[in-house]
Ligand binder design. Structure first.
Ligand code: ADP
Ligand code: ZN
Ligand code: ZN
Length: 743
């Protein structure tokens, strides 16, 4: 006999209040978590509807007194139902409790402050703001209070009324004057706020080119005949993918539907939001991580009631409760930020596909460097491949040179800037063109390489880099192999072997010294902490307030700077040393994006890739920007090693603040798995890449299998096993399916 726990009130704080029912045998094989059911309730057996939170074979109460559920409500039309079913699907496929899954999908209800808080919101674009400011300043005897308000608005496009009147000492008559002139609007907080309502402008409609017409046409035809599908737009950088998204969204909107657009948070800049806003005006809203819970809740409510039709945001925007969803667009679909770090560790792409299936929507993925997984599916026909082979505005792809840093060292140049790159930087500075220097910092920690020959030390069993630990031994995080650190390079005998690390701050310092007079900006985690974040640095650079922008991978993500004609990738191969099976993929993606930054305008661009591994295929293929050639090689490696997408992989992370519990539980879990599945392909338990984080010890077990369902079965087995675990109560097991960015 199976039982299910049913929750009647789906509001976040009531999820723990469940009632147990028997599942009649006729429903045993069809009932799943997240389904809506009708059940008898209370003394009079009044019929209530509720949602199945979990299914179990252990009754909580006297089975004789437990009632049976009456039936399943097969109603996928209501949006709540769709989202709760989606949560059930996430629970089953990524591992979590139903409670955790629902918390991910359903926003925390928090009403905005009912007190009427007034905020002054800039209503001018940057250009008009500076024009208006200039015209005020041109007047003799101009009002200094007005000048102050202009300046404040340049700093911040939204300022609380009270701050202006009390802190800046500007009278309300001046604010009203600005409002009358259309410089600002005054927002009262009790109305739902629209975070983009202050933008304006109209799009200059571009005519689609032939390639764009072909793929947009295909989408529209499919949509009109009722075909819902997952498409992959595989288009080189600058091929005009965004214009295709806009056309597709418009088509779906005309059919009375709504659209969700996911973009990586880092690319959620003024520039990108404007492109959507100019086309769709205030039908668009955004979500971002800087919004308060109440603000996010407001956006969800506006979506639910039809106030907005399009939402643009990061991963979590996927759960926007649009009642008639027609399309989900995922731009830069290869980005690792689409995978959640929190339980359930869902990936936005398969989750979007499931949401689309439930809602009768289509999914459009886009990238110049698709994930190996998506490209494989598009090649096999599981997704529909839509190719954009050339740049939209006819600008040429940047030319690319590879500099072998080993040769530089031999020639006596120990600087991080090669002679060729230095020469080109001088050239660009003299032409008043801009330069981006990108420091690939991924994998900077711990890996060991030879500066003479570029050799990195790898695990003999796993083909991933070894990492140097504090004990001065080199560890493999996949199989637990340990060896001592050699004193000379095993390849060439050089003593120049060791850890290698340099930060952006250091690069900024070196660049400022080497190129005297050049104005240098730096963008990394440290310099983007403030409220305006990376936006401010990017707009400074766009306004040509600097000649050289130095930064981490965040500078290469989708920004358009027409005056940048040189991109230098310093230590391009560092990310190859990340002990992760996706390291070649990440390297190729980063380099291709970096090269794509050069020469976006009329002037042609050059990229210089500095590397210790010039013969590595991810470097060679990124030089010619040949994704397909890269893919063909990478997929062979994945198949050979049984890594995703050729196979599936389940990572079990066993964690405890008590070291012995982490170890004991890991061994117990491994024992349970091999007892039930003696032939399973299991690696570990081994210590995690970073064994201890915040005083929590972490062990890992990897299981590989071609069948995703088989891995889900192991998760279910362990869920049960862990319920009965009384020995290691201070230990936890976390599931991560097809992990990326393993720590
Ligand atoms: P992607 O997202 O594929 O990298 P974008 O959508 O940013 O490319 O487009 C790159 C540039 O090409 C943009 O400046 C855009 O305005 C321009 N563009 C796109 N489509 C067209 C078109 N059909 N005609 C002219 N310019 C276009
Ligand atoms: Zn060597
Ligand atoms: Zn190994």
């Amino acid at each position: 006999m199976l039982y299910c726990n049913v929750v009647v009130d789906i509001s976040i704080d009531r999820l723990d209040k469940t009632f147990q029912y028997k599942i009649p045998s006729s429903l045993e094989s069809v009932l799943m978590e997240g389904m809506q059911v009708i059940a008898p309730f209370g003394k009079g057996n009044r019929k209530i509807t509720g949602y199945v939170m979990d299914i179990t074979d252990t009754p909580e109460f006297d089975p004789a007194k437990t009632k049976e559920i009456i039936k399943i409500v097969d109603d996928a039309t209501s949006i709540d139902n769709q989202l709760i079913m989606l949560a059930g699907w996430m629970k089953r496929n990524f591992g979590s409790t139903m409670n955790q899954a629902l918390k991910t999908v359903i926003p925390i209800k928090k009403k905005s402050n009912p007190k009427q808080k007034k905020t002054v919101v800039l209503a001018l674009d940057e250009q008009s703001l500076s024009d208006e400011y200039a015209s005020l300043m041109a007047r003799t005897n101009h009002s200094v209070a007005k000048e102050r308000l202009f300046k404040a608005l340049m700093e911040d496009d939204e300022i609380p009324w009270d701050v202006i009147t009390k802190k800046l000492n500007i009278g309300s008559n001046i604010i009203r004057d600005f409002e009358k002139n259309g410089f600002v609007t005054v927002r009262t907080e009790s109305t739902y706020r629209n975070p983009v309502s202050h933008l304006h402008g109209r799009e200059k409609r571009l005519e689609l080119n032939d390639d764009q017409k072909r793929i947009v046409g295909r989408f529209k035809n499919d949509y009109d005949v009722g075909t819902r599908d997952t498409y992959l737009i595989f288009g080189v950088t600058g091929s005009g993918k965004t214009l295709c998204y806009l056309e597709m969204i418009e088509h779906v909107l005309n059919a009375g539907k709504e659209a969700i657009v996911l973009i990586p948070e880092i690319a959620l800049t003024y520039q990108t939001v404007m492109r959507f806003y100019k086309r769709f005006g205030d039908k668009v809203s955004i979500l971002n991580s800087r919004m308060s819970t109440a603000e996010r809740y407001d956006q969800f409510e506006r979506a639910r009631c039809g106030d907005i039709k399009i939402i643009v945001g990061p991963r979590s925007a996927l759960f926007t409760p649009f009642p008639n969803l027609g399309l989900i667009v995922i731009d830069e679909e290869h980005e690792s930020s689409y995978k959640s770090d929190n339980v359930p560790k869902y990936h936005a792409v398969p989750t979007a596909i499931e949401r689309a299936r439930l809602s009768g929507a289509s999914v459009v993925l886009g990238s110049a460097t698709p994930s190996i997984d998506s490209f494989m599916k598009a090649k096999s026909g599981e997704y529909t491949m839509l190719k954009l082979p050339g740049r939209a505005n006819e600008s040429e792809m940047a030319s690319c040179e590879i500099v072998d840093m080993r040769t530089e060292l031999r020639r006596g140049n120990a600087s991080i800037i090669s002679n060729r790159l230095r020469e080109l930087i001088h050239d660009r500075l003299s032409k008043k063109e801009q330069v981006m220097l990108f420091l690939n910092r991924r994998g900077m920690l711990g890996c060991i390489s030879c500066r003479e020959c570029g050799h990195t030390l790898k695990c003999p069993h796993c083909d991933v880099s070894l990492s140097l630990h504090r004990d001065d031994k080199m560890h493999c995080h996949y199989c637990g192999y340990i060896t001592s650190k050699p004193s000379v390079c095993p390849e060439c005998g050089s003593k120049a072997i060791g850890g290698f690390s340099i930060g952006t701050e250091k690069v900024e310092e070196i660049v400022a010294k080497e190129f005297e007079g050049a104005r240098v900006l730096r963008m990394d985690m440290d310099t983007t902490k403030g409220k305006a974040g990376h936006e401010e640095i990017l707009s400074k650079f766009a306004n040509k307030e600097a000649d050289i922008l130095v930064g981490t991978q965040m500078i290469v993500k989708g920004h358009d700077f027409p005056n940048v004609t040189l991109v230098g990738a310093l230590a391009a191969d560092m990310s190859l040393n990340v002990p992760d099976y996706t390291s070649s993929e990440r390297t190729f993606q980063l380099l291709t994006q970096a090269i794509g930054r050069a020469g976006r305008g009329e002037k042609s661009g050059t990229a210089v890739i500095q590397t210790y591994n010039p013969e590595h295929f991810s470097i060679i293929e990124s030089r010619s920007q040949d994704y397909e050639a890269f893919y063909d090689k990478e997929i062979v490696y994945r198949s050979l090693m049984h890594y995703p997408p050729a196979s599936h992989m389940l990572l079990l992370s066993i964690q405890s603040e008590v070291e012995a519990d982490a170890e004991g539980l890991a061994n117990a879990v491994a024992g349970e798995i091999s007892e039930h599945y003696p032939d399973v392909k299991m690696l570990g338990p081994t210590n995690a890449n970073i064994y201890k984080i915040n005083d929590i010890y972490r062990k890992t077990i990897y299981i590989k299998d071609e069948r995703y369902d088989f891995l889900v079965g192991i998760k279910d087995l362990l869920d049960k096993f862990l319920l009965g675990n009384v020995k290691y109560t201070r230990g936890h097991v976390y599931f991560d399916f097809d992990p990326i960015n393993v720590q």
